[in-house]
Design a binder for this molecule. Structure first.
Ligand code: PMP
Length: 415
């Protein structure tokens, strides 16, 4: 492990002339396996079940383009100008209306607009974590969050889930063992709904217990909820934030419900924390892009955004069904997976003896890409798991991709 101030350990034969200059925290910055294979994996003949790109073809591009043109024509001098680090006031009010769908009562002052919820994750980690602090996170967990934690040299302790999400008893045990080791836990990072990558949802009956455990141990909860409105049965679960506003920092995003490329997300934080977040945001970006915030604001005011979410939900449900039926039809004996009730992902355990990371280059040669499980753990687990995303390819491509994946697995079993 690198200590603060030490240069990162890198291959002795690296040709990088700046090697000795990098901060110690860069040692934890590593490219995902799929990024390393990106050039091959993004060829059209490869079915990529790897990334989590939303299905933007479902958007009303013509009317959006007219709105954006009109926005610049009428409000261009504001939209193209710097704004406040806190975010556009009208958008912050609208965000409160969006969160009300999950039972959250919020004041617009406590909302900080971010460049996607990824920036929210970075800022929350920046203001809370010193090197060596512990962050609890579900095992597996979102790869981008693990990247932020490692960039600030926080240590992740995973809490295992079951089909109903985070297991309260496992949470208690993880806290006890970290406390026994005399380490400081800064927060629990959790994705309660339609988990990335595990696809599971935290049972409503467990939510109060998870909050209570964290409160009893003085642990803040960071609730990351980009998929909460994408439940296939039309069910919207109550946010953790809705029952414990003083101890939950909530991360939201328009990436999955509207347009990821606009990079507009938000953090809803307890009042005191919000001040620190605004300062952190200011030093990172000065302000989130004004034009993009105004596009989102106008979209929420003039479009049937709830209808759009319904359109997305239906498209994703159809794709989920295509993925599940293809898995049932093709996967070799010894593989298991869950059936997600929302979101983008299926988490698959492959037959014993197969290493999904080692298999990935062979899969790409067979024209299918996935995300191997190890990227979703900070502690080396996950080599028998992989994640497939059904959000982007058409149902037909998904079926073909799963068929190819199953064939690669069958070939591996014969090796
Ligand atoms: N959290 C989770 C769980 C995610 O899956 C993602 C994107 N895949 C993000 C945060 C970041 O989303 P964005 O920055 O686009 O809002």
């Amino acid at each position: 492990m690198n200590l603060p101030g030490q240069p990162p350990k890198q291959g002795a034969r690296s040709l990088d002339p700046h090697l000795r200059r990098y901060a110690a925290r860069t040692a934890g910055m590593t490219a995902s396996e799929i990024r390393a294979l990106f050039a091959v994996a993004s060829r059209p003949e490869v079915v990529s079940l790897a990334g989590g790109m939303p299905h933007l073809a479902a958007l009303p591009l013509d009317s959006l383009s007219a709105e954006v043109g009109e926005l610049i024509a009428t409000d261009g001098l504001v939209a193209l100008q710097y704004g406040s680090a806190h975010g556009v006031p009208e958008l912050r009010e609208q965000i409160c209306e969006v969160m009300a769908l999950e039972g959250i009562k919020a004041h617009p002052d406590d909302v900080v607009v971010t460049v996607g919820s990824q920036m929210g994750l970075d800022m929350v980690t920046r203001i809370f974590c010193d090197p060596g602090d512990v962050v609890l996170a579900e095992g597996p967990s979102y790869v981008g969050a693990l990247g932020s934690f490692s960039a600030y040299q926080a240590q992740v302790v995973h809490v295992a889930m079951d089909a109903d999400g985070l297991v309260p008893e496992n949470l208690r045990e993880a806290i006890a063992s970290v406390e026994r080791a005399g380490r400081r836990i800064k927060f629990l990072y959790t994705i309660p709904n339609f988990h990335n990558p595990a696809g599971v949802t935290l049972a409503v009956a467990r939510r109060a217990e998870v909050l209570e455990i964290c409160r009893a141990h003085g642990i803040l909860v960071v609730e990351d909820n980009p998929y909460g409105l994408l439940g296939f049965d039309g069910v919207t679960y109550p946010a953790l934030r809705s029952t414990d506003p003083d101890n939950v920092v909530y991360l939201g995003s328009f990436s999955k419900t509207f347009a990821a490329g606009l990079r507009v997300g938000w953090v809803l934080a307890p009042h005191a924390v919000r001040e620190k977040l605004v300062l952190a945001a200011e030093s990172a970006t000065l302000c989130p892009p004004t034009l993009n915030q105004m596009i989102v604001s106008r979209y929420l005011a003039t479009h049937d955004w709830k209808g759009q979410i319904k359109t997305y939900r239906e498209a994703y449900r159809e794709r989920r069904d295509a993925a599940i039926s293809a898995l049932e039809q093709h996967m070799p004996v010894g593989s298991t997976w869950n059936k997600p009730s929302g979101g983008f992902y299926v988490w698959i355990t492959v037959p014993e003896g197969i290493d999904t990371k080692a298999m990935l280059p062979r899969a790409v040669t067979q024209r299918v890409a996935y995300a191997s499980g190890t990227g979703f753990y900070a502690d080396g687990l996950g080599s028998r798991q992989l994640r497939i995303s059904y959000c982007y390819p058409t149902p037909e491509r998904i079926r073909e991709g799963v068929r190819r994946l199953a064939n690669v697995l069958k070939d591996e079993m014969e090796l």
